[in-house]
Design a protein around this ligand. Structure first.
Ligand SMILES: Cc1ncc(COP(=O)(O)O)c(C=O)c1O
Length: 406
């Protein structure tokens, strides 16, 4: 276990007040706060290094390029990818999924071919495929979930046909916290020669991801949900798949040679990185990974699991509390979604906010999941490595207070 007070000093924003109340920040699934180490590194790069990467012969450009490419190597190690060629920088999870959806459907799918997702996807892993359905007539199918928020894994096989060309699943649900058995899903998919994309937006910040051990074909995540800056994310893709996919966007950086007659493309991963990359953000992401490494996932996971368990126990002492997702905290991760009686989630969230408590309310970009649960939304508390039991006590006291007002 680590010294939580010392950790909190790395995040000055946690010491601020809102409405003259100490801030209790429990909206980490939306975005995490950034440690000084990340902010200082990015400021320092703008102050002392700033120059466009890859194309400059001058000192600053080379230094910025070195930082940018060192970040790629840091990301490679973070998820244990085989090669840096397999690490594509994107703006975030959303862009990473869109890249695969567009390039994969264009090159590997025909009208009538199928992609399978699940009932607990974030919109980014639904709409990206629906856009392709509209453009190319592919079919989007979805694996149902059980009432306890676990995937109906036995239904996956039944959905697979010879037209299934891709399975794209969320690793950890941003609403239910459910940790999906992706290794099992990948084994089933590969037995049918179907590649798998894993949406790791909510897993990469919380536990060690090993893409080789998992054997996924693609893995997407966002820097800003793991203590890094906004505007930077990662698409991991197995080299053999990335080689097969056409570029996602055209522009500088991604070409080998351009003539009016014919254009050839850069080698991996640059083929997928058109335009000036956010090279300061990649450096910030590398620092965020260093920060996580300095604490270690074992300690982070133990701390967050303890918080999740404590939060569930405490919430269940409140009358009319309904928690969504698995009750067994070993099957979920750092996210607790709930409603109290018929108090509207928006009312609950707004009144908690006046007490200084930041939670998320609404459909959490998962409207099909809300339909499945028969609700319009939930209140969501989500945790990071810097949250404390005292903050959960504040949340629970806040909910009791709000409940008494109704
Ligand atoms: C499970 C999941 N997938 C995808 C996303 C999209 O991430 P981003 O907005 O960083 O692209 C989110 C964001 O909340 C998410 O929770």
């Amino acid at each position: 276990m680590y010294d939580i007070n010392k950790v909190r000093e790395d995040f000055p924003i946690l010491g601020r007040e809102v409405y003259k109340k100490p801030l209790v920040y429990l909206d980490n699934a939306a975005t995490t706060q950034k440690p000084l180490m990340v902010l200082d590194a990015m400021r320092d790069e703008y102050l002392n290094v700033n120059a466009n990467v890859h194309r400059g012969v001058h000192y600053l450009s080379q230094q910025a390029t070195d930082l940018h490419e060192a970040a790629r190597e840091k990301v490679r190690r973070f998820i244990n990818a085989r090669k840096i060629e397999e690490i594509v920088f994107t703006r975030g999870t959303t862009e990473a999924i869109n890249l695969v959806a567009q390039s994969f459907c264009e090159s590997q799918m025909q009208t009538g071919d199928e992609v399978i997702v699940t009932d607990m996807e974030h919109h980014s892993n639904i709409v990206s495929w629906q856009l392709q359905a509209m453009k190319r007539g592919i079919v989007v199918k979805h694996v149902p979930i059980m009432d306890d928020g676990l995937l109906c894994l036995d239904q996956l096989e039944a959905l697979i046909t010879e037209k299934t060309k891709m399975i794209s699943v969320v690793h950890v649900s941003n609403v239910l916290g459910t940790v999906n058995p992706v290794e099992q899903i990948i084994k089933i998919a590969h037995a049918h020669d179907i590649p798998v994309l894993v949406d790791g937006a909510q897993s990469a910040p919380h536990f060690k991801v090993d893409v080789q051990a998992m054997d996924c074909d693609f893995f997407a995540f966002s820097g800003h949900k793991m203590y890094g800056p906004t505007g930077i994310g990662v698409l991991y893709g197995k080299e053999e798949w990335l080689e097969k996919l056409p570029p996602y966007q055209g522009g500088g950086e991604m070409i080998d040679k351009v003539t009016w007659e014919k254009t050839t493309f850069e080698r991996l991963p640059f083929k997928f990185e058109a335009g000036t990359p956010d090279y300061v953000a990649t450096h910030g992401l590398a620092k965020a990974i260093e920060y996580i490494d300095s604490i270690g996932f074992e300690a982070i996971q133990a701390h967050e699991q303890q918080l999740t368990k404590y939060c569930m126990e405490q919430l269940l002492t409140i009358p009319d509390m309904h928690i969504y997702g698995p009750k067994d905290t070993s099957l979920k991760d750092a996210v607790v979604s709930f409603n109290v009686g018929d108090i509207h989630h928006l009312d609950m969230g707004t009144l908690l906010d006046r007490l200084g408590i930041a939670v998320r309310t609404g459909h959490h970009c998962a409207q099909p999941l809300m339909d499945r649960l028969g609700i319009s939304g939930t209140v969501r508390a989500s945790f990071a490595l810097y949250n404390t039991k005292e903050e959960i006590d504040a949340l629970v006291a806040g909910i009791r207070r709000v409940s008494q007002m109704f």
